[in-house]
Design a protein around this ligand. Structure first.
Ligand code: RNT
Ligand code: ZN
Length: 410
């Protein structure tokens, strides 16, 4: 690396090599569902549950072979440690009713992950299903609907255990439900009480805590459930805390002016671990491809400042069907890697000292100076060391792949 770059950081007390060492040990869980607009392999029909992927970019992956090919292509351009985040709807072998899933359905994924030294995370798929009654699942007034999804969740946890056993690393099993109401509810607490009871039944399954962490993901609203969601932030924050689960913050699931990064430090004072779905909200939609913007930066800054990189499951969650889907996955993943690098190259010790000695002038001056330090040079070095393509190289290669591989799909 260039000497002047190392020196520039040294002036601020930053060891560039240490930042690189730390970054390469951060694991990012790549969501398989960006590659096919949350379609899955079950022919489940339209995407429902208050989420939507818009856009008609061609060449969407249609099956396991195509999706993993696209994933392999994406991996060439994403540095750092990776896991793949799966949904139950991406079952491959002996495709079955969702409530009956077992390790069998996911064997090809384990083979895939083993061959590439990747971990696997998992999510029960509680949307795009005829078993949602009036859009409700674990909070439904109907016991048979709740029971169906309880069973699906328990079997999902078992799939996570299987992943952890086979791949020798922990697996996160994340529960998100779409339950909510379009108009102001007559009863807010009833559905939440039922959700609480359903979750209690799910975690009464004695899962192996050395292998699996379970997280619960809140959302402030969805399409068609604008007035009320059962699984609100307060609901899950309390539920997770009380029951030793992880509270998962999806950065797209809060009111637009809420600062999600601000929540991290508090959660970590009361919980050993945290889980994230890093996404980008735009007005009413929560799932745009990550940009290297201030919101993303602040989330990564908090993870570094709180020394939480090894306490946090970092997953990505966006789905854009209007652009090349491999490129979408790559752009977002490279952006979070860049944001993490910038966070690791920031003199937090100096900045904290300035704050604690009431020197707000120095704080502001430093915060702004840091922005023009030559982090791009360190990024180049990181890509080189990781054996992945540089910023000015990957796009042409993805276009070549599109032309030579994806276009065969018609
Ligand atoms: C939906 C949630 C959820 C999904 C994925 C597909 O708003 O963010 O995490 O995006 O599980
Ligand atoms: Zn999410």
């Amino acid at each position: 690396m260039r000497k002047d770059v190392i020196e520039a950081y040294k002036k601020y007390g930053i060891d560039v090599y240490e930042a690189l060492r730390k970054l390469k040990n951060v694991t990012i869980s790549l969501h398989c569902w960006q590659l096919d607009d949350v379609g899955g392999f079950e022919n489940a029909g339209d995407l429902t549950g208050g989420i939507q992927s818009t856009g008609n970019y061609p060449y969407k992956a249609r099956n396991f072979a195509e999706l993993t090919k696209d994933l392999d292509e994406s991996l060439k351009y994403i540095p750092g440690k990776k896991k793949i985040n799966l949904h139950a709807s991406y079952q491959v072998n002996d495709i079955c009713d969702r409530k009956d899933i077992s390790p069998t359905q996911f064997e090809p994924w384990v083979e895939y992950a083993k061959a590439r030294n990747l971990g696997l995370d998992f999510n029960p798929t509680i949307f795009s299903s005829s078993m949602l009654k009036d859009g409700l699942s674990l909070s439904s007034p109907d016991k048979y609907v709740r029971d169906y999804w309880i069973e699906h969740c328990i079997n999902s946890i078992k799939v996570s255990e299987y992943f952890a056993t086979e791949l020798n690393q922990k697996s996160l099993c994340n529960i998100w439900i779409p339950d909510g109401l379009k108009e102001v509810p007559s009863d807010r607490q009833g559905p939440r009480a039922r959700l609480k009871d359903s979750l209690d039944k799910i975690i009464s399954y004695k899962y192996d805590k050395r292998k699996v962490d379970i997280s619960v993901e809140s959302k402030v609203f969805g399409i068609g459930v604008e007035s009320y969601t059962v699984g609100s932030h307060e609901f899950y924050m309390n539920y997770a805390q009380k029951n030793g689960l992880l509270c998962l913050l999806d950065t797209g699931h809060f009111h637009p002016t809420e600062n999600v990064a601000d929540k991290i430090s508090s959660l970590l004072l009361f919980n050993k671990k945290l889980a994230l779905h890093v996404s980008r909200p735009v007005r009413w939609d929560s799932d745009h491809v990550l940009k290297l913007n201030d919101d993303l930066q602040e989330v990564c800054d908090e993870l570094v400042k709180c020394d939480a990189l090894n306490k946090t499951y970092i997953g990505l969650d966006y789905f854009d069907g209007s652009i090349n889907r491999v490129a979408a996955l790559v752009i977002g993943a490279r952006n979070i890697e860049k944001a993490l690098l910038k966070a690791l190259l920031t003199p937090w010790k100096k900045l904290k000292e300035a704050q604690d000695s009431y020197d707000h002038t120095l704080t502001l001056a430093l915060q702004e100076e840091v922005k023009t330090l030559p982090w791009q040079e360190v990024w180049k070095e990181y890509c080189k060391r990781q054996g992945v393509y540089q910023d000015d190289e990957w796009y042409e290669l993805v276009k070549k792949y599109e032309k030579e591989e994806m276009a065969k799909r018609g």
